[in-house]
Design a protein around this ligand. Structure first.
Ligand SMILES: *[C@@H]1O[C@H](CO)[C@@H](O)[C@H](O)[C@H]1NC(C)=O
Length: 399
């Protein structure tokens, strides 16, 4: 009896608190703060004022961007905030200004930073309107270039969920995830032309526990790049193509970079890309670092130029400093159940550093056919490699 009444009262309490919660959930609509959704009107201030009110509010709050097209310069959704969590319901289309003078140098377009509990969802779109700025991007040609704005940057956030969000034509990267803890994204659609420069899909840096589960990415650079200082990263159900594939790196470019620990890329399809899964590090790195414990598993490659590639002589420019080998040590790398077609004969390239050879590279059940007819090959240097299961290519050709 006592047990039964406990259950009923618990249920009542739950119902009551759920209703109370809904009644209290403060909702902030950009329309109420003056957003017009009119191409002649810059809605930046209206968005910033909406954020100011939401950020100052307590409990679980909501910010609503209804259907419509909004024209924006830089917007910074910055904490610390009073709320417990915020749901940003993006139903409309946000269009970035095409006037680069509206962007402070080095800054991004939309930034969520320094708070806890973001849920970004709603099926809306970030349109970076990048096409007019791509020709002004010097980064593919020189090392010290002025970086254009990333469309959406997530900085120093904890407990983030991004679900059902689209991005097209960013000026630079689509999404950047920097110094985040527990960041989870799903149902992400990112699109830019194949020849748009540096339009990486999602770049992750200095973050811990990042899960991207379900993303369709066709873009001009890496679909996803896992940079320095990351730990516990899971990328699954990724559809990548066109683009440059899924990358770790580039690493070893700057002084005192963090290490990469614990990456899994699985259950994905990569098609029509320059690379499939790649680890890239610069030569003559200014300091030592490492990337350890990386697994790439159950990946279909269709017409990929370099399906599996470790490149420790990474040089995207014509004049890299090649005076010393890379100081980034790579170890415990597992390539498992990777199949499909390679547009180059070297379906597997493992070019590791002379200073710190790759340790424990495993190729298990690899079945990559060269589209040119003859058998595919594996080109290896400075690596400790083990083949098992299905072996196509069959063994390393050493250089
Ligand atoms: C390797 O990384 C995975 C994924 O982050 C993690 O679960 C596992 O514990 C790591 N293994 C070692 C030996 O550190």
């Amino acid at each position: 009896m006592r047990q039964g009444s406990m259950k009923v009262s618990t249920l009542l309490l739950c119902v009551f608190s759920c209703c109370a919660l809904n009644a209290n959930a403060a909702s902030f609509n950009v329309g109420s703060y003056g957003a017009k959704g009119n191409p002649k009107v810059d809605d930046t201030n209206a968005f910033m004022n909406t954020w100011k009110a939401a950020c100052a509010s307590s409990g679980d709050v909501e910010m609503v961007i209804p259907q419509g097209t909004y024209y924006l310069g830089q917007v910074k959704f910055k904490g610390p905030c009073n709320f417990n969590s915020i749901t940003v319901s993006l139903q409309g289309v946000l269009k970035a200004s095409t006037d680069l003078n509206k962007f402070v140098s080095g800054d991004d377009w939309v930034e969520f930073s320094f708070f806890n509990g973001l849920k970004l969802k709603g099926g809306g779109t970030f349109d970076g309107q990048g096409s007019s700025s791509w020709s002004k991007n010097q980064c593919p040609n020189k090392k010290n270039c002025k970086v254009l704005p990333t469309s959406v940057k997530f900085v120093s956030l904890t407990n983030t969920i991004v679900d059902s969000v689209n991005s097209k034509d960013p000026k630079f990267f689509h999404f950047g995830v920097l110094q985040c803890k527990n960041f989870r994204a799903s149902n992400i659609y990112l699109k830019a032309p194949q020849n748009s420069p540096n339009t990486d899909g999602i770049h992750i840096e200095k973050s811990t526990t990042v899960v991207i589960n379900g993303a369709t990415i066709g873009t001009g650079d890496d679909c996803i790049s896992v940079g320095q200082g990351n730990a516990d990263i899971l990328l699954s159900s990724i559809k990548c193509g066109p683009g440059h594939g899924i990358s770790v790196g580039s690493l070893g470019r700057y002084q005192n970079e963090g290490n990469v620990k614990g990456l899994v890329v699985k259950d994905s399809i990569i098609f029509g890309t320059q690379n499939g899964v790649r680890i890239k590090t610069w030569e003559n790195s200014p300091s030592w670092s490492y990337a350890d414990n990386m697994t790439f598993q159950n990946i279909q490659m269709n017409n990929v130029y370099n399906p599996i590639i470790i490149d420790q002589n990474y040089c995207p420019y014509y004049n890299c400093d090649r005076s010393a080998p890379s100081k980034v040590k790579l170890s415990n790398i597992f390539f498992k159940d990777i199949r499909g077609s390679s547009l180059s004969q070297a379906a597997v390239t493992l070019k590791c550093s002379k200073a710190v050879p790759c340790q424990n590279v495993n190729l298990q059940n690899i079945n990559l056919k060269y589209t040119g007819g003859s058998n595919s090959i594996a080109q290896c240097a400075n690596a400790n490699v083990a083949f098992s299961g299905t072996k196509l290519p069959a063994a390393c050709t050493w250089s």
